[in-house]
Design a protein around this ligand. Structure first.
Ligand SMILES: NC(=O)c1ccc[n+]([C@@H]2O[C@H](COP(=O)([O-])OP(=O)(O)OC[C@H]3O[C@@H](n4cnc5c(N)ncnc54)[C@H](O)[C@@H]3O)[C@@H](O)[C@H]2O)c1
Length: 254
């Protein structure tokens, strides 16, 4: 891709202090975008923005991406800093594993609050701003292969990810007339600081992934950048799975 293809774009990305979101924010900055980087962990957010600032315009805003008042503040702040908002990426999401028969209401609520409600209201706030600008825009939601295939102990997480894919599909009705595209990407197993806490992660997923290894954060960021770039402008309401072929066979890691 052209190295400065995002130079007119200003971006909000949530949950980007590390992992997949960090890599997407970095690649966007490298390619010219101005980025508001959010994370709930203030230290992670600040350090991430500092690292990325060597490539371009990036500042951090720490806070809870599930909090609707905070979401609205992020949009206001992006507009204050950059003059506009053209790309929103609802990356923040939590995975609370748990046996279905003992899953607690509080755990379900927490997963739904961030994964569904936080994403929903970021899309709402961002698209209101884009509507006012009359500039169009691109929105990306972060799904998962668990929104497509059953995983033991991940029922709560899986249903939130499936919901996001339907959100992208359904909002085509409201957003297309405003020239705003909305899509989701669904990563499979991806090596991050979090998933690497399981020392068997790489070997397990290398064994059961047709391409022979789990994704890197760069694999996911490459797809994310395409989905918010002008090259994909006529794609909307879709989900792109990035999983090295895993959903075709869906071998259980257990
Ligand atoms: N890593 C994977 O294998 C994988 C696979 C499929 C989908 N995903 C999805 O991709 C996204 C990123 O995954 P990851 O593994 O890179 O993330 P991660 O678990 O490493 O978390 C990234 C960041 O999100 C922050 N965060 C947590 N709660 C937050 C909140 N309420 N508000 C703001 N920030 C918050 C954390 O502090 C962390 O720095 C998530 O939506 C996840 O569900 C990840």
């Amino acid at each position: 891709m052209n190295s400065q293809i995002f130079s007119n774009e200003s971006v909000i990305i949530t949950g980007a202090g590390q992992g997949i979101g960090f890599e997407i924010a970095k690649q966007l900055c490298v390619q010219g975008a101005s980025v508001l980087l959010n994370d709930i962990d203030a230290t992670l957010a600040d350090e991430a923005a500092k690292k990325i600032s060597q490539y371009g315009n990036c500042f951090s805003m720490a806070g809870d991406a599930a909090d609707v008042l905070f979401i609205n503040k992020m949009v206001d702040e992006a507009v204050n800093q950059f003059g506009k908002l053209t790309i929103a990426i609802a990356n923040a999401g939590i995975t609370l594993f748990g046996d279905f028969f003992n899953y607690k209401p509080e755990a379900l609520q927490q997963v739904m609050n961030l994964n569904i409600s936080g994403s929903f209201f970021l899309v709402q706030a961002a698209s209101k701003q884009m509507k006012q600008q009359q500039s169009g825009g691109s929105i990306l939601l972060m799904s998962s292969v668990t929104g497509h295939q059953a995983h033991k102990n991940l029922a709560a997480y899986g249903i939130t990810k499936a919901a996001l894919e339907m959100l992208a599909k359904t909002l085509v009705v409201e957003l297309s007339p405003l020239n705003i595209s909305i899509n989701a990407i669904a990563p499979g197993a991806t090596v991050t600081e979090r998933t690497n806490e399981d020392e068997n992660y790489f070997n397990t997923w290398s064994r059961i992934t047709p391409m022979g290894k789990p994704a890197t954060v760069a694999d996911i960021a490459n797809a994310a950048l395409f989905m918010v770039s002008p090259a994909s402008k006529h794609i909307t309401g879709q989900t792109l799975i990035i999983d090295g072929g895993w959903t075709s066979v869906s071998t259980s890691p257990y």
